[in-house]
Design a binder for this molecule. Structure first.
Ligand code: SF4
Ligand code: SF4
Length: 112
């Protein structure tokens, strides 16, 4: 099991979750934060502090947000940053990039 950040984080990105994560597995992209699925220890702390309820356990994601499970994982793969498993957040692992799912959702929100 891992935790997943979904669309409510887009353009909020206040980093409350990043501050409390004990293993520093929440990373900053251009429009939102992303949880590394292999580094997350599923403690649930991030979920408890998110002001917009953007974070879910991966088996409890609302249907319209399900694409964000892959978006969180793929943020670290060649499709976006290519970081692999950095082993913890640092300034070196901050990006202006976002997963295509996030860019598409942001455009949809603007259009509506
Ligand atoms: S569930 Fe715990 S380990 Fe996983 S991202 Fe949230 S705070 Fe970090
Ligand atoms: S606490 Fe919620 S809104 Fe804030 S950065 Fe984390 S996921 Fe995004």
């Amino acid at each position: 099991m891992t935790y997943v950040i979904t669309s409510a984080c887009i353009n909020i990105k206040d980093a409350a979750c990043q501050t409390v994560c004990p293993v520093e597995c929440i990373y900053e992209g251009g429009m939102m934060m992303y949880i590394h699925p292999d580094e997350c220890i599923s403690c649930g702390l991030c979920l408890s502090v998110c002001p917009v309820d953007a974070i879910f356990e991966d088996d409890d994601i609302p249907a319209k947000e399900i694409a964000f499970k892959a978006a969180n994982a793929e943020f670290f793969q060649a499709v976006v940053t290519g970081w692999g498993s950095p082993g913890g957040y640092s300034d070196r692992f901050r990006s202006d990039l976002d997963h295509p799912t996030v860019r598409e959702r942001a455009l949809t929100t603007i259009d509506n």
